[in-house]
Ligand binder design. Structure first.
Ligand SMILES: [Zn+2]
Length: 485
């Protein structure tokens, strides 16, 4: 039996088209999913869109569009981004999907009721529409949300509440024991500190009329819709068949749950480290194993915004440089667990130095010589066992800890070593004096290139494939990364 690996990205909020932050998360999750497949695991990789909440209702209204059409338009852009980035997700769930998502979200709600964890009460407090979250006054900076720089709205409603407080101690234990692993360590400490300050129950529904009826209905109450986070988090189980009446879906759920890895951003990690585990405990379901929390992408040290004019559009970048160039930047130049920075200049500089000159040039040089001097194309069975045990060990250690940029560093270290080796041995000159030795060196270089292609597979899948095809056909490929001026 193959081991399973269930990996998810956050579901993207479709109130606006995708930005580079969405691309970052997809690419990180994709590299991990592809690596797990290469380890021969049965991978299920889920992405999706979060289509409810007051922010969506208002954005649609501001755009003068009907809500359904509005979310459809933006959903298509998110789906398209995944395709353009060559993301290998097995599935894509939309929370507006009444057939696939709603039964799971409602089944989960009923489990929370059965456990005695849902009760009606009056809510009076603040709500940040940007976060789609209730906020405590103490968390505000100058009366504003620290993430959205906006004043939260005062809400007074009678809603259903979820007994989150009941699970605080147990969640703390699970996090401390590593049963629920949170990466990086700093985020783990952050959530433990939050729990220490005290966890209150949370309003878990909204008045239907306030949302213009847009959302998942609370079972057995016509006047209320589920709070958007309650509905959104359920996607991780609904997508694999939880709450479905069909046997085929139920066996899928049994096979893949719990998730092995939720890849999420730092702004939503507290929902995943508190509310989600509490919901699962209440429903008597196992917790996900690991939360991978990435940072934000900044541009010249600032958050991208239309006002600042520093927005970099992922579609535009892919169009001009190619998917693998964008994947390269996001995976190597951005540290997975910290905020990263991108500007057009930085991107171009990294592209020219490491892709056009580094990898692209190495492939061209070796394959040109190989095409010219090596009669027999290299086939897999001729490939000697590499002397790369050391590099392989480092590679898998970094991968196990999701230190994606360090794996990329290893690959580029090998690229530099091979460049140096060509300079030192000069096989293109040696061929006239000592053909046998020159061909030996060339073969070594081709095998080295093969190693690089294999190491690149999870990261730059398109490029990896092109290198392998070039080696197998013993032909110099067209420039992989043409220089940009
Ligand atoms: Zn906010």
């Amino acid at each position: 039996m193959r081991e399973k690996f269930y990996i998810t990205t956050a579901i993207d909020y479709v109130n606006a088209p995708p930005h580079l932050g969405h691309a970052l998360e997809k690419v990180q999750a994709d590299a991990i999913a592809r690596h797990q497949r290469l380890l021969n695991k049965e991978v299920y990789f889920l992405a999706g869109t979060d289509e409810h909440g007051i922010k969506i209702v208002r954005s649609a209204r501001d755009a003068g569009k009907n809500i359904e059409n509005f979310v459809d338009e933006n959903f298509k852009k998110f789906e398209q981004l995944a395709v353009k980035l060559n993301i290998s997700n097995d599935d894509f769930i939309r929370t507006s999907d009444k057939k696939r998502h709603w039964p799971g979200a409602q089944a989960l709600w009923k489990k929370l009721i059965e456990a005695g964890d849902i009760y009606k009460s009056k809510y009076s407090g603040y709500y940040c529409v940007g976060c789609e979250a209730y906020v405590k006054e103490g968390d505000l900076i100058n009366g504003k949300c620290p993430y959205h720089y906006a004043e939260p709205e005062k809400i007074e409603e009678e809603n259903y509440f979820f007994r989150l407080s009941r699970y605080a101690d147990e969640i703390k234990k699970r996090i401390e024991s590593g049963d629920l692993k949170i990466l990086p360590e700093s985020r783990k400490n952050e959530i433990l500190a939050m729990i220490k300050q005290g966890i209150e129950d949370i309003s878990f529904s909204r008045l239907k009329e306030k949302l213009f009826g847009w959302g998942v209905p609370v079972p057995d109450d016509n006047s209320q819709l589920m709070y958007v986070w309650c509905d959104a988090l359920a996607n991780y189980v609904s997508a694999i068949g939880y709450g479905s009446a069909r046997n085929i879906d139920i066996s899928k759920f049994r096979k893949f749950w719990p998730a092995d890895l939720h890849v999420i951003g730092k702004d939503i990690f507290r929902f995943h480290a508190l509310i989600w585990p509490a919901m699962l405990m209440s429903a008597k379901l196992p917790l996900p194993k690991t939360l991978f929390v990435h940072g934000f992408i900044l541009s010249a040290g600032k958050r991208m915004s239309k006002t600042l004019g520093n927005v970099i559009d992922p579609f535009d970048l892919i169009e001009r440089y190619g998917a693998d160039a964008v994947r390269y930047y996001l995976l190597r130049e951005i540290t997975p667990f910290e905020d990263g920075d991108i500007t057009e200049e930085k991107f171009k500089e990294a592209y020219n130095a490491n892709l056009a000159n580094g990898l692209g040039n190495l492939v061209a040089r070796i394959m040109k010589m190989s095409e010219q001097y090596l009669v027999r194309p290299t086939t897999d069975d001729q490939r000697p066992t590499t002397n790369n045990k050391n590099i392989e060990k480092q590679y898998s250690d970094f991968m196990d800890n999701f230190e994606l940029n360090k794996v990329m560093d290893l690959i580029w270290q090998k690229i530099s070593e091979m460049d140096l080796y060509i300079q030192k041995t000069q096989p293109f000159k040696l061929i006239k004096e000592d053909e046998t030795r020159a061909k030996e060196i060339l073969r070594e270089l081709v095998f080295g290139l093969w190693d690089i292609a294999l190491m690149l597979k999870p990261f730059l899948p398109g490029t990896s494939e092109k290198i392998i095809v070039a080696i197998q056909s013993n032909k110099m490929p067209e420039a992989l990364f043409p220089r940009k001026d």
